[in-house]
Write a protein that binds this ligand. Structure first.
Ligand SMILES: [Mg+2]
Length: 494
């Protein structure tokens, strides 16, 4: 999975000053709803993607969390803990608008800001050492600026020598926090934490760490890279050593692509139905296809991972004979691998009712401009058709006017899967509305009528903010060649 020359990352030397700021909006989707609906403020509230007792609450308000409600719990279980909990279904357009606004506030203080998810961003202030004496003053000002625009929204800010520890800092105080981690105080903080409190350490990692005698984050920080390599089975161990010892491995100075991934956490109801799981794989592949078409890229490698309810995983990486872009082709390679495994292990299907998460990641990209079409004559036509289809989609305000066959496979699943797109794809159009050029479906802001609008030809598509980007909002960060090491709990939006 590693490709020499494909890995771009900052130098690994330790930064001892605390100049990286991580911002995490508190109870994001729930707070956004409470911002818009004052009558919901101060009340336990769960945000759902669809209204059913089996639906998962993807965000719980601060008030709901006091009852023990956590993101990812099923509505039915939440109501057992808090019978008075109110619910509301998601309004992604609204969450995206607020995302764009808080990103603009951060960028007014620092020009090196990367969104990590719809409600998280990391700002690298290393080149501002002479500009700001005290980053906590900047952090307080950022909080005040957000509050001035959205009075109900709070965020937690962590400041540390690297982005991982800055993220750890945001978790130390749950609401409206501000924590500075330094080489002097880090051991004190780590001593209060469990291994699974570290972002990216799931139960399975914890087991492996404990097996080799590492029982808590403090021990982990003071373990040798060699021991951590043993626990993580390779170079990922070095990354962990570096994270806990002030190296930067999670923020890349070079926006060069490494991995694009699309991932979905499933409700119990969704995993009962094998057809739904199959549809989900197609929708994940379609999401990646969209991003490749937009970026003018083909991939040479695909990884597919299934996580089960007992925290076990199954994954496979396919090196593709030819660079591809097509969702159904990606899906076919995945299916073929699954089929081989199922047959050799006498399994009926890997897609059991215990599946809780599916991830498709692609890597090793080739620009379409350097594709040797002579080698792929039979494919050239198809690739052109695909591009034209997306161009047609772009010409309409509502993207569901034109649909591809693979999108028709199961429209409801599709809508669910592409609902948020990638945060890096968010931009403002001429009217100041948030547009995501990668979304297949448009949803409307409240009160906005749905009508089919054909864009006049002369209006160009909105400029992409930072060119094509390969970090999906679903993954906290992608370690080169290791897109699947992070815990799926990072995909809920606290
Ligand atoms: Mg949050």
């Amino acid at each position: 999975m590693k490709h020499k020359g494909d890995i771009f990352q900052n130098s690994n030397k330790a930064n001892l000053g605390s100049y990286v700021m991580f911002l995490d909006m508190n109870s994001y989707f729930a707070s956004c709803e409470q911002q818009r609906h004052p009558e919901l403020r101060g009340k336990p509230l769960g945000v759902l993607t669809y209204d059913s007792p089996n639906a998962a609450v993807i965000a719980a308000s601060k008030e709901a969390k006091k009852f023990g409600i956590k993101s990812g719990m099923r509505l039915r279980d939440c109501l057992m803990l808090c019978p008075d909990m109110l619910t509301i279904t998601t309004h992604p357009a609204w969450y995206r608008k607020i995302h764009v606004d808080f990103m603009a506030i951060l960028r007014s203080y620092c020009d090196d800001v990367i969104p990590k998810s719809i409600d998280e961003a990391v700002a690298n202030f290393n080149s501002y050492r002479l500009v700001y004496d005290d980053l906590t003053v900047v952090a307080k000002q950022i909080k005040a600026d957000i509050r001035a625009k959205y009075d109900y929204l709070t965020c937690s800010i962590g400041i540390a020598p690297n982005s991982f520890l800055a993220k750890v800092g945001t978790g130390l105080q749950k609401i409206d926090g501000l924590t500075v981690i330094t080489p002097e105080n880090i051991d004190g903080y780590l001593a209060t934490m469990k291994l699974t409190d570290l972002p990216g350490i799931a139960a399975a990692n914890e087991r492996r760490l404990k097996l080799i005698g590492i029982n808590d984050p403090l021990q982990m920080r003071h373990s040798s890279p060699a021991l951590l390599r043993k626990a993580f089975g390779g170079v990922v161990g070095n990354y962990w050593h570096s994270r806990l010892n002030f190296g930067e491995v999670d923020m890349y100075s070079n926006a060069q692509n490494r991995t694009m991934s699309a991932t979905r956490t499933l409700s119990r109801q969704q995993s009962q139905n094998r057809q739904t799981l199959e549809s989900m794989i197609i929708s994940l592949c379609t999401r990646l296809e969209q991003r490749m078409v937009k970026g003018g890229l083909f991939c040479k490698e695909v990884t597919f991972a299934i996580r089960y309810a007992d925290n076990t995983d199954w994954d496979t990486t396919v090196k593709l004979p030819d660079p591809i872009q097509d969702a159904i082709e990606l899906r076919n390679y995945i299916k073929e691998r699954m089929g081989v495994y199922e047959r050799t292990h006498g399994l009926e299907s890997l897609l059991t009712s215990k599946v809780i998460n599916l991830t498709v990641a692609i890597q090793s990209f080739v620009k379409d401009t350097v594709m040797q079409y002579s080698l792929f004559d039979n494919r050239m036509k198809k690739d052109t058709v695909r591009k034209v289809m997306y161009q047609i989609k772009d010409r309409f305000e509502q993207k569901d006017v034109v649909r591809k066959g693979s999108e028709m496979f199961n429209p409801n699943v599709m809508k669910d899967a592409v609902g948020f797109g990638s945060v890096r794809d968010l931009g403002l159009n001429k009217e100041g509305n948030v547009r995501n050029t990668y979304l297949l479906e448009e949803e409307l802001l409240p009160g906005q009528p749905r009508k089919i609008v054909k864009k006049p030809k002369e209006i160009a598509a909105p400029a992409e903010q930072e060119g094509v980007d390969y970090v999906n909002e679903d993954t906290y960060t992608d370690v080169p060649g290791e897109p699947l090491t992070y815990d799926s709990r990072l995909m809920t939006y606290d």
